[in-house]
Design a protein around this ligand. Structure first.
Ligand SMILES: [Zn+2]
Length: 350
């Protein structure tokens, strides 16, 4: 006999066990008089279990995660959910409408936590998200991409010194884990303060869809939910190798302004002193090579060839063994990442 459970209370409503409900949490109105709401879908499992939030577009132009959540919510597997899944595909609703990372008050939502009821838009949205989502959850996964014109290799940023966070980070199975410091005012910092293990997934580029990054995100979330016993264990073993924790990361910057021809692709291994691009003036008379300052794997890069001096061009991650890291990244990139019969019917986004 399965234990009975109470419904899940959120935003003044109660979602009954074994049901799914989409709620519109009111945030401050627009000056046009139009109300703005934060849409949340709650799936309340039949049986009690962990409460997990999955959020995207905290930065309004980072849209891979919106598609990841759409695919996640279509999974028939969720009928077997144990616990509660809170899906928030668009957190920064203002930025999403404006195709912007920020809010209309020019604030970065991910630097605005814990926020306040009486603050400007970013502070109010942060406060609402904290009260209604984070404080009702046991775990969190927040989905991001690189900034505009910047692309990231699928990677997780998490506080790996916390054993529970490290456990769920490892099963997510992206090739690179970054044990990054908590930044002031970030969602991750506030979740950590409240003892909620949280992963930040970074993959792809702002305002673009990346099929591989989307599939890796969906698979990673399912794997975490299986690890937390929110979903039944898979009969198939993961073919992905264990992810590697980067020891440190560094940026290769432009030494001069000009037009960049990048020669180091995302996920490739570079050696210290190796040429990773050439910057030229428009006449091609003055050319200078861009050299890697360290060994490492390219985990992020600019896709825009127009660069100003000092700008970050390539993000390099250093590992215990760069050769092993290269193998792990190659295995990941070569994998088709099947999602199972239902979702594989969907044509891939190219
Ligand atoms: Zn972001």
């Amino acid at each position: 006999m399965k234990p009975k459970r109470d419904g899940f209370a959120i935003g003044g409503a109660v979602v009954a066990p074994a049901t799914r409900k989409t709620l519109e949490l009111p945030v401050a109105s627009l000056y046009s008089h139009a109300p703005m709401t934060l849409p949340v879908q709650v799936i309340c499992g039949k049986v009690d279990g962990p409460r997990l939030f999955v959020s995207a577009a905290v930065h309004g132009d980072e849209i891979n995660g919106v598609e990841i959540i759409r695919r996640l919510l279509r999974l028939p597997l969720l009928k077997k959910l144990r616990g509660t899944l809170l899906a928030i595909p668009i957190v920064n609703v203002y930025g999403f409408v404006n195709r912007s990372r920020y809010l209309p008050d020019r604030r970065d939502l991910n630097r605005s936590f814990p926020g306040s009821v009486r603050g400007s838009m970013a502070a109010r949205l942060a406060d609402l998200f904290l009260r209604e989502i984070v404080d009702r959850s046991d775990y969190g996964i927040d989905l991001h991409t690189g900034a505009i014109h910047r692309e990231n290799l699928p990677q997780l940023r998490a506080n790996l010194d916390d054993a529970e966070t490290a456990r769920i980070a490892t099963v997510f199975r992206v090739p690179v884990l970054l044990n990054s410091d908590l930044r002031d005012g970030s969602l991750r910092e506030i979740a950590a303060e409240r003892g909620i293990p949280m992963l930040l997934y970074e993959a792809g580029e702002a305002l673009r869809f990346d099929e591989h990054a989307i599939r890796a995100g969906v698979k990673g979330i399912i794997a975490v939910m299986r690890e937390l016993k929110m979903l039944p264990a898979s009969s198939r073993q993961s073919r992905q190798p264990e992810p590697l924790v980067a020891r440190s990361t560094s940026w290769v910057r432009a030494e001069r302004s000009g037009i960049l021809r990048a020669t180091a692709a995302l996920g490739t291994r570079v050696r210290k002193g190796e040429t990773v691009g050439v910057i030229a003036d428009p006449f091609g008379e003055q050319e200078s090579e861009v050299l890697a300052g360290n060994h490492g794997i390219v985990i992020g890069r600019t896709n825009l060839p127009l660069v100003n001096e000092g700008e970050a061009l390539f993000h390099l991650a250093r590992f215990e063994s760069t050769r092993v890291a290269e193998d792990v990244v190659e295995a990941f990139q070569a994998d088709e990442l099947p999602l199972g019969p239902i979702l594989d019917e969907e044509p891939p986004i190219v």
